[in-house]
Design a protein around this ligand. Sequence first.
Ligand code: ZN
Length: 60
Amino acid sequence: MMLESLLADAPPDCLRAPCCVCGRDTAAPVEVRHIPPDTVVYACPQDVVACAPGPVAHEA
Ligand SMILES: [Zn+2]
């Protein structure tokens, strides 16, 4: 039984998020839309071009 492999599923330095286009988790999410106060919509690199561009807070 590899319990450690289950606990190590989410590396702290690696943000994973579901893609808004294909719905799959991606290890390299691209921020495509920010919905105040704290919701961010991501797309995977392959699908980001298919997403309608929205307001993205890159200043912070
Ligand atoms: Zn995708």
